[in-house]
Design a protein around this ligand. Structure first.
Ligand code: FMN
Length: 236
C-alpha cells in the first residue's frame, strides 16, 4: 500500500495488470450477483467523453445463459451466416498485424494440441466462444446505435476497467468479439431493444488453472514499436 491507506502501490497495480490474461476454461464455481454487480460498477468508473457513460451490460447466468448458448450453437450448426454490424480487422490485413494474429492463434491451438489443418477441431474450439468458455457468467455488451465512433473508446475503457476489477476480485475474464458475429440472434433471443447494437460478449468466472487452454500467454510488441517520445530529459 502507498501513503494513501486505500491506494495500491504502482507495483501492485502493475502486477495486477501483468497477471491479467484472457481465460478460456472456467471452474463451475458460481459467481454471486453482488460480485458481478461490484465488477460492473467498477467498470462504470471508467472515464468517458462528456461523462456520457455509454453502453449497457446484460449479465446472464444459469438457464438464461445456457439457452442463449444453445440457441447460437444450434443456429451455427445449421449454417447461420455471420452478421457482424461493425468492422474490426482491416481487410486486407497488413503483414505485421497478420503476424500478431497468427502468433496468437498458433499459441492457442498448439496449447490445445490442435493441428492447423484440423478444421473440425478448430471449429469446435471456436464454438466454445458461444458457450462463453463455460464461464458461470456471460455478459452481452451493447451500445446505443445513435452514438458516434468515439463511444467505442468509452466502452473499451469500461471493458478494460471491467477486466482489471474482475482480476482484483480474483475473477477471470475473456472478451468475446465473436458474439457480434451473431448479433441478430443475440438481440432477438434476449429481446434487446433495437436501439442497442451488440458489441461483444464477456466471460466471467473463476479460472480453471489446470486447463491447457489457460497455460499460454500472449506477448506484446516492444514499446518502441508504438510509442514516440519527444522533449524528455533522459534518453530511454
Ligand atoms: C473486445 C475483445 C474481444 C475479444 N474477443 C475474443 C473472442 O471472440 N474469442 C477469444 O478467444 N478471445 C477474444 N478476445 C481475447 C483476445 O484474444 C486477447 O485479449 C488477446 O489475444 C490478448 O491476450 P490476453 O488477454 O491474454 O492478454 C477478445 C478481447 C477483447 C478485448
Amino acid at each position: 500500500m502507498s501513503g494513501h491507506a486505500l491506494l495500491p502501490t504502482a507495483a501492485a497495480f502493475d502486477a495486477l495488470i501483468k497477471a491479467r490474461h484472457s481465460v478460456r476454461a472456467f471452474l463451475p464455481q458460481k459467481v454471486d450477483k453482488a460480485q458481478v454487480r461490484a465488477v460492473i460498477e467498477s467498470a462504470r468508473q471508467a472515464p468517458s467523453g462528456g461523462n456520457l457513460q455509454p453502453g449497457q451490460f446484460w449479465a446472464l447466468t444459469g438457464a438464461p445463459l445456457e439457452k442463449l448458448s444453445d440457441t447460437i450453437i444450434k443456429a451455427r450448426a445449421l449454417g447461420r451466416p455471420s452478421v457482424s454490424e461493425y468492422g474490426w480487422f482491416p481487410n486486407p490485413m497488413p503483414a505485421h498485424l497478420k503476424e500478431r494474429q497468427r502468433a496468437t492463434g498458433y499459441a492457442l491451438y498448439s496449447a490445445l494440441g490442435i493441428a492447423r489443418t484440423d478444421r473440425t477441431a478448430r471449429d469446435a474450439q471456436f464454438d466454445r466462444n458461444y458457450r462463453f468458455f463455460d464461464a458461470p457468467v456471460g455478459l452481452v455488451i451493447t451500445l446505443d446505435r445513435t452514438m458516434g465512433a468515439g463511444a467505442f473508446l468509452d466502452l473499451g475503457m469500461a471493458l478494460s476497467y471491467f477486466c482489471l476489477a474482475a482480476s482484483a476480485h480474483g475473477l477471470a475474464t475473456c472478451g468475446i468479439g465473436a458474439l457480434a458475429n451473431h448479433a441478430d440472434l443475440v438481440q432477438e433471443h434476449l429481446q434487446i431493444p433495437q436501439d442497442q447494437m451488440i458489441i461483444c460478449g464477456m466471460a466471467l468466472g473463476y479460472e480453471n488453472h489446470g486447463a491447457l487452454v489457460n497455460k499460454w500467454r500472449t506477448t506484446r510488441a516492444d514499446c518502441d514499436a508504438y510509442a514516440y517520445f519527444s522533449g524528455f530529459d533522459a534518453p530511454l
